[in-house]
Write a protein that binds this ligand. Structure first.
Ligand code: PGA
Length: 227
């Protein structure tokens, strides 16, 4: 199956790093990769077949008095095809349910595929997931989105969700999206590494969202070879 990998560089890297990444990254032809550097390094990376550039955040507003914000229209103007929305590290009050839904809407209106991150804060507290999924897509219909199921307790902690739980979440997302004619791919994220990804890869996910692992280009290439 065609797999999708999103590398979320968070607030890491520099010009040298992103130029070398562009040169050294290798993937098999069945894999697509979206590289998400900090805004200021977006222009160090180029979209080419199978490799795409994504942003890590977008404004919920269209334009105007928002010092420090970047709009979906601006991202699209500089060639950005994907954008992470709702990552748990963009904490309150920057990521209320309403703000996330509006960011998703702005991306879709500007031809950017949103990568919608969501997940429960504490282990076994999964009842909130349906509400989070429905909320994020409440202003959009008949479009393409990517969901990244990232349990907050798994991000950067070394813990990962079990495949049963991941599969249940994938089914839930697909069922909710189908009702709105939304095409979706589902990723898993949170402490994915070269060891645990073999088990995670046998779940129903379409790929992975990587944080720490993506900082090591050799490890990233190893994962891209095996995925
Ligand atoms: P991690 O980050 O792989 O370092 O846990 C994942 C993420 O925050 O998207």
């Amino acid at each position: 199956m065609h797999k999708l990998i999103v590398a979320n560089y968070k607030m890491n890297g520099n010009k040298f790093f992103f130029h070398s990444l562009q040169k050294k990254i290798k993937k098999s032809k069945d894999t697509e990769i979206i590289l998400c550097p900090p805004f200021v390094y977006l222009n160090c990376l180029k979209n080419k077949k199978g490799f795409y550039v994504g942003a890590q955040n977008v404004s919920c507003e269209v334009n105007g008095k928002r010092t420090g914000d970047v709009s979906a229209d601006m991202l699209s103007d500089v060639g950005v095809k994907y954008c992470i929305v709702g990552h748990s590290e963009r904490s309150q009050p920057y990521s209320t349910d309403e703000i996330i839904a509006r960011k998703v809407e702005n991306c879709v209106k500007n031809g950017i595929v949103p990568i919608i991150c969501f997940g429960e804060t504490s282990e076994h507290d999964n009842d909130c997931l349906g509400k989070m999924i429905n909320n994020a897509i409440k202003y959009v219909n008949s479009c393409n989105v990517i969901f990244a199921y990232e349990p907050v307790w798994a991000i950067g902690t070394g813990k990962v969700a079990k495949n049963d739980q991941i599969n249940k979440t994938v089914d839930l997302i697909k069922q909710i999206c189908e009702q709105k004619a939304i095409q979706t791919k589902v990723l898993y994220g949170g402490s994915v590494n070269l060891v645990n990804f073999k088990v995670l890869n046998s779940s129903k996910v379409d790929g992975f969202m990587l944080g720490k692992l993506s900082l090591d280009i050799n490890k990233l290439n190893l994962l891209l070879k095996e995925v």
